[in-house]
Design a protein around this ligand. Structure first.
Ligand code: ADP
Ligand code: MG
Length: 212
C-alpha cells in the first residue's frame, strides 16, 4: 500500500500550518508509519522536532525537502503509511503547488474570521489548477484558533458555506498547550492532562479526514 499524502497549506504565515502538521503527524503515527516533510525553507517543523529530548523523542522523523519534492514524495510513498507535508506560506515558489500535485488531501488551516477565509481565494485558484494534474485531490478548510467556549460566528459559518472549498466539521480551539508543546518539541499527545482536550480534537480531525 502506498502512503496517503496530506499537505498542510495556506499562502499566509501564522495560520497554524506547522502546529497542525506536527500534531496531525503525531496522531497518525499511532495508526501507521508516518513521516513529516518540511517543505518550508523556514524549517519550523525540523526545529520543533529538534527541541525534543532523548527521553521523549518526537514520534516521527522530519525531513527537509526543497527541490524535486514530487519525485521524493513518490519514492517515500513506498515506505510509509502517512506523509504530512508542511508547506511554505507562499505560492510564489511553486513548492506548495508541487506538494499538492502529489497529495491526496490538502488541509488549509485558517483563523476564524471571514477575512482570513477570503485571503485563501488565491490558494483556492491554485488548487483548481493543480487539479488538472491531480483530479482526485481533496482540499479542506480547517478552522484553527477558535476561541475557547465560543462557537463559530454566524458570519463565519455563512462565509464557510459559500466558499468553494468544503470545511471540516472538526476545528481546533486556541489552547496554550499547542504553543507549549512546540516549546518542548512534543505533540499534545505527550502533554498529559493539559493536552487531553487538544488530543480529542486532533483525534476527531484524524477520524474525519481518514473517513472522507
Ligand atoms: N490552536 C492553537 N492554539 C494556540 N496557539 C496556536 C494554535 N495554532 C497555532 N498556534 C500558535 O500560532 C502561531 C503560528 O502557528 P504556526 O503553526 O507556526 O503557523 P504557520 O506554520 O502557519 O506559520 C504559533 O505561535 C503557534 O504556537
Ligand atoms: Mg510554519
Amino acid at each position: 500500500m502506498l502512503a496517503q499524502v496530506f499537505s498542510v497549506a495556506n499562502q499566509k504565515g501564522g495560520t497554524g500550518k506547522t502546529t497542525l502538521s506536527m500534531n496531525l503527524a503525531a496522531g497518525l503515527s499511532r495508526r501507521g508509519r508516518t513521516l513529516i516533510i518540511d517543505a518550508d525553507p523556514q524549517g519550523s517543523a525540523g526545529q520543533w522536532a529538534g527541541l525534543s529530548s532523548d527521553e521523549r523523542p518526537f514520534p516521527t522523523s522530519v525531513i527537509s525537502i526543497a527541490s524535486n519534492l514530487a519525485r521524493e514524495v513518490s519514492r517515500m510513498r513506498q515506505d510509509y503509511q502517512y506523509l504530512v507535508i508542511d508547506c511554505p506560506p507562499t505560492l510564489e515558489t511553486g513548492v506548495a503547488q508541487g506538494a499538492m500535485t502529489v497529495s491526496d488531501k490538502i488541509l488549509i488551516p485558517i483563523l476564524p474570521s471571514p477575512v482570513d477565509l477570503w485571503a485563501s481565494v488565491r490558494l483556492a485558484n491554485a488548487i483548481e489548477q493543480v487539479k488538472m494534474y491531480n483530479p482526485k485531490l481533496l482540499p479542506y478548510i480547517l478552522v484553527n484558533q477558535l476561541e475557547p467556549r465560543n462557537a463559530i460566528s454566524r458570519g463565519m459559518s455563512q462565509a464557510l458555506a459559500e466558499f468553494d472549498i468544503p470545511s471540516l466539521q472538526s476545528c481546533l480551539r486556541r489552547r496554550a498547550v499547542y504553543r507549549n508543546s512546540a516549546l518542548e518539541g512534543a505533540s499534545v499527545y505527550c502533554m498529559g492532562k493539559r493536552g487531553e482536550s487538544a488530543v480529542q480534537e486532533i483525534e476527531s480531525l484524524i477520524e474525519e479526514i481518514l473517513a472522507s
